[in-house]
Design a protein around this ligand. Structure first.
Ligand code: ADP
Ligand code: MG
Length: 699
């Protein structure tokens, strides 16, 4: 880095040692370079003044000019609040301060003209602006219609580092920066091809854009750079993996696969299923190692795809395993798969925590001598004693439940790493997948088997509870079963637990025995009792099951046709979608009823709306990302991967595709980045790798 860029932030005009310390500690800004890369988060038109009569609380912020007519301090001994009336020729609005009261009272003058900037809010019917920026008109002379706004912290603000003062120091820094040389980070040919402006131009214009056109160009250039190097990094990892790790070659499609496909498959595969099977076939045929994530909505038919991949393994004298997160799911897979292949010479076993030791011993023997083809199970599969003769394919259901190391233990003892297929029913948006799983192969089943009736989803408020009870009664009369789910986010939440029990008791009054049977299932029960209740429900012996989200994953009970979600406003979108996926599995029309209180936040209203409008998991995932942001969707562990300086996964999907294509193209032409025109890129990649570290998520 040049001497200029490396200089300490305290040498910027207006900063100094004290503020410099703050910038370092609060915002992680150490050098001139860090400062230049502290981009504004928005631009405000500071030339457009509102009349006070035009202001309403829907506006994100307003700029007004007026005179202060009165200043009043409120509170007993010490003032706790200061208010001032700002008036122009159209009306007046209240300005409020809760902090720095004394200082404000001493500096504000009545009859003086001020320019005030802030977010209008309404409190008890009156419009006001809390903690506005306020200044006399001469200080606003630098304002433009694209005045930058910078993120800062409360502590910084309290010490004179608000957006405005950062902007002032930035201006001083940029003035010096104009005269400096700034090393480019993208080669000329790439800039030309993708119509990107120079880095220096971009940095100047991201802070103080000359006009909208230049601002757009600056954003594009900086986002492109950020995303391009990320994609290059991810694709680099992928290519290295493909080159270094040799996969077992499944050279032929044989008897097992063909016989199943032509004679035993009880339905036509969907186009999407066929495509994914082809992708798996291509991966495993070439000698590459497959590391594939399979995304598909609940009910899209991932199991049969996994089965066919396992049959392919058998055709090539390999064993397979399928690991599920819970015993119930492992059982279900076992039953589904054994019934699908009952006429084929394929040996399948189930291994879980409750497998008896005699049986267990037999399984392990047949696994070791190679006579067992497919092993299905839970965590029990990753125990030290489980040894395969030749594991060729490991299928993992519901990836979120397993950590990376847990999965890796599946092939700890293998000489050659088996192919890996990870299945998930929690779709994530395409842009997110390209980023977080950018080093993997991703397949998507984006089509449901034909004839599925979408679950009809309704939103009921408390006043419709009687109607709900009536509806449940009519469904039960028709022989259907009903889930009623209560939020229990944290097992130690006493109140949630009380609600659940109350809900159960009140349902028992509405649906009394012996005509009806209502059960309750939650995480505090002994696991045997819970399993028993689940089984009774699965066998149709219980009509209504009141439960917490323990029923969320995978359970398949086709006769259940109603899912009632209590306090639905408290659930996230993906969880609501997962829960709804528990119904709609049989032939009859299914329903999902979202019960909520009367008052809903804007976000909650949006979530409910999305749920009532679509059944498409990918659309829901997009909405979820829009509402919560990509970081929150991923959870803390991976959120760092979407910590961008300027790019935004929710809005920059086109640019993500473009940069991925660019990176792909580049690596195809110059895999090792050794051509002279790519020396610059190579340098940046090395730097990038140092900053980001290495990660490998699925296997
Ligand atoms: P998921 O993707 O949620 O794991 P499953 O594999 O459990 O879905 O499949 C859901 C149901 O759909 C199963 O009963 C399965 O037999 C059925 N199914 C799968 N593929 C098809 C298809 N192409 N046509 C009809 N039914 C299918
Ligand atoms: Mg499944």
């Amino acid at each position: 880095m040049s001497e200029f860029l490396a200089s300490s932030v305290e040498y910027i005009k207006g900063i100094g040692p004290v503020k410099g310390e703050l910038l370092r500690n609060e915002l992680n800004i150490h050098s001139f370079r860090d400062m230049l890369y502290w981009f504004p988060y928005r631009y405000v038109d500071r030339t457009r003044f509102y009349k006070i009569s035009e202001i309403n609380e829907e506006l994100p912020y307003v700029l007004v000019k007026g005179k202060i007519t009165t200043i009043t301090a409120h509170g007993q001994k010490r003032a706790t609040r200061l208010t001032a009336q700002l008036r122009d020729e159209t009306g007046s609005i209240e300005l409020i301060w809760f902090q720095a009261i004394k200082w404000m009272r001493d500096s504000l003058k009545t009859a003086q003209e001020y320019i005030v900037f802030g977010k209008p809010t309404r409190y008890v019917g009156k419009l006001n602006i809390i903690h506005p920026e306020i200044e006399t008109p001469e200080y606003n002379s630098e304002a433009t219609y694209l005045t930058p706004f910078y993120n800062t912290t409360e502590k910084c603000k309290a010490n004179g580092l608000d957006s405005k003062s950062i902007s002032r120091s930035m201006k001083a820094l940029i003035e010096k920066f104009q005269k400096e040389l700034l090393p480019e980070t993208l080669p000329q040919w790439l800039k030309q091809k993708y119509q990107l402006i120079d880095l220096k131009q971009a940095i100047i214009n991201i802070h103080f854009p000359a006009d909208n056109e230049l601002l757009r160009a600056a954003k594009r250039r900086l986002k492109f750079e950020e995303l391009f190097y990320l994609q290059l990094h991810l694709l680099g990892l992928k290519k290295v993996r493909q080159e270094r790790i040799k996969g077992i070659v499944f050279e032929k499609v044989g008897e097992h696969f063909n016989s199943f496909y032509h004679h035993h498959l009880p339905f036509q595969l969907t186009k999407a299923q066929k495509r994914v099977i082809r992708e798996i076939r291509t991966d495993t045929f070439t000698g590459r190692h497959m590391n594939r994530l399979l995304q598909g909505d609940v009910g899209s038919g991932k199991t049969v795809v996994a089965l066919m991949a396992m049959l392919l393994a058998i055709d090539n004298r390999c064993q397979s395993c399928l690991m599920a997160p819970t015993e119930i799911l492992a059982n279900q897979h076992y039953e589904t798969i054994t019934s699908l292949i009952r006429d084929l010479p394929v040996k399948v076993s189930l291994l879980t925590g409750s497998t008896k030791s005699v049986q267990r011993k037999k399984i392990l023997e047949s696994l070791a001598d190679g006579s067992l083809h497919i092993l299905i199970g839970t965590h029990a599969l990753i125990e030290e004693t489980v040894r395969f003769r030749q594991l060729g394919l490991a299928v993992i259901d519901e990836q979120h439940r397993f950590g990376v190391e847990q999965r890796a233990r599946l092939w700890l003892n293998e000489q050659v790493k088996p192919h890996v297929l990870v299945m998930t029913a929690t779709p994530i948006p395409r842009t997110l997948a390209m980023t977080v799983y950018g080093d993997l192969d991703v397949s998507v089943i984006d089509e449901l088997p034909p004839g599925r009736k979408p679950v009809a989803t309704y939103h009921f408020r408390e006043d419709k509870r009687l109607k709900l009870i009536g509806f449940i009664r009519s469904q039960v009369k028709e022989g259907r079963q009903v889930y009623i789910v209560y939020p229990l986010i944290d097992e130690s939440e006493k109140l949630d637990y009380a609600n659940l029990v109350q809900g159960y008791e009140s349902l028992e009054r509405d649906f009394p025995p012996p005509d009806y049977k209502v059960s309750i299932v939650h995480g505090r029960q002994k696991s045997e009792l819970r399993q028993l209740e689940m089984r009774l429900f699965a066998e149709g012996k219980t009509h209504i099951m009141v439960a917490t989200t323990v029923i969320e994953v995978g359970v398949n009970i086709p006769n259940a046709s109603v899912m009632v979600i209590e306090s639905a406003e408290r659930f996230g979108l993906s969880q609501l979608h997962q829960l709804r996926g528990r119904v709609g599995r049989g032939a009859s029309q299914s329903y999902c009823i979202l019960m909520t209180g009367n008052k809903l936040s804007a976000d909650a209203r949006e979530r409910i709306k999305v749920m009532t409008q679509t059944n498409d998991g990918f659309v829901i995932a997009e909405a979820d990302m829009r509402l919560r942001g990509p970081g929150d969707i991923l959870g803390t562990q991976q959120s760092g991967m979407v910590d961008f300086k300027i790019a935004d996964l929710t809005t920059d999907s086109l640019l993500i595709e473009e940069t991925r294509d660019a990176a792909n193209e580049l690596l195809n032409l110059d895999r090792t980045l050794s051509l002279p025109e790519n020396a610059l890129i190579r340098q940046q990649v090395i730097r990038h790798r140092k900053e980001k570290g290495e990660w490998d998520k699925v296997s």
